[in-house]
Design a protein around this ligand. Structure first.
Ligand SMILES: *[C@@H]1O[C@H](CO)[C@@H](O)[C@H](O)[C@H]1NC(C)=O
Length: 309
């Protein structure tokens, strides 16, 4: 009797639990790692039902979590609705044919820096709801250009520029031997309204061990990718002073010094002579114009120098 009763309870339990366990054995999986997309390209945000099958009367919603919850794309079996959210009109797509395999991933097209963030995929039917989160990181990479600005003092001025990086890139000038250039480098980084970074860097390369092949390397730390541009500077492009010109300037300077010295010596000699003459004349004048002057003065004057007649 007890056994019969036990069997009855058991069967009833199984009957009641069966529909629940059917849905409960499903789970929803996002991406365990952040997904990295590239600006301007498309990316797939993964979301997968496990086991790989579809639920009956299923709704799928993709939302961006930060800031708040923004509806990106919505699908519903009821009324067969498949709509992108406001502001994502032509940029989102679900793979409807993949639904039968439980694949409810979202394609996000023509990525922008602003798309970076956490996304949530929500799947539900009348008996079951679950959500999974996937993080999207966005990276930007762009071509690099070197231009020659021309002679700068004893060297050649170079400029390196690149626009369209994210996150903030690192710029490096490298010489032929793979070493960083030892010259003074001025690098400027700016960010535009779409949050993309531009880099501009100036360097003046002088003739020496660093000349030859010079590269400007810009590096994206997120993608661990770099872009570069190289230039070859032959020895001829450096401004050079010819030996004849150098000799001329040395001679010219020496000549100038010599001329200056002569002029100075001549001037001082002349001045001494004129001073002497002047004092003589003064004495003469003084003596001549004052006949009543005490003879002592004239005697004293005579004693000071040659006696004036
Ligand atoms: C889902 O389908 C898309 C498109 O075919 C594919 O790129 C993606 O890898 C699939 N996801 C999974 C988890 O299989």
């Amino acid at each position: 009797m007890a056994t019969w009763w036990r069997l009855c309870v058991c069967s009833l339990g199984i009957l009641l639990l069966a529909p629940c366990s059917l849905s409960e054995k499903f789970s929803l999986i996002g991406s365990p790692h952040p997904v990295v997309g590239v600006v301007g390209q498309d990316v797939v945000l993964p979301c997968q039902l496990s086991p790989p099958a579809r639920l009956s009367s299923m709704d799928v919603q993709w939302r961006k979590i930060d800031p708040g919850f923004i509806l990106i794309h919505e699908y519903s079996d009821e009324g067969t609705q498949d709509l992108p959210g406001e502001g994502y009109r032509t940029r989102t797509e679900l793979f409807l044919r993949e639904f039968s395999r439980g694949n409810v991933s979202l394609k996000l097209k023509r990525l922008q820096v602003m798309d970076a963030g956490a996304y949530q995929c929500l799947v539900r039917n009348p008996e079951w709801t679950q959500e999974a989160t996937t993080e999207l990181q966005v990276a930007g990479v762009a071509p690099v250009f070197i231009d020659v600005l021309g002679p700068r003092g004893q060297g050649i001025g170079l400029i390196c520029r690149s626009t369209g990086w994210f996150p903030k890139p690192e710029l490096q000038w490298v010489g032929k031997n793979g070493q960083n250039l030892a010259m003074e480098i001025v690098t400027d980084v700016t960010q535009d309204r779409e949050k993309l970074y531009s880099v501009v860097s100036h360097v003046t390369v002088t003739e020496g061990e660093d000349n030859g092949d010079i590269s400007c390397i810009v590096r994206n730390g997120l993608l661990e990718t770099e872009r570069q541009s190289a230039i070859h500077l032959s020895g001829d492009v450096f401004p050079r002073v010819s030996p004849w010109l150098a000799a001329f300037w040395v001679m010219f300077t020496l000549g100038l010094i010599a001329a200056g010295a002569c002029a100075y010596l001549g001037y001082t000699a002349k001045r001494k002579a004129s001073q002497k003459k002047h004092s003589k004349e003064e004495a003469k004048l003084f003596y001549g114009r004052s006949p009543a002057l005490s003879p002592i003065v004239s005697i004293e004057m005579c004693e000071l120098g040659e006696c004036l007649v």
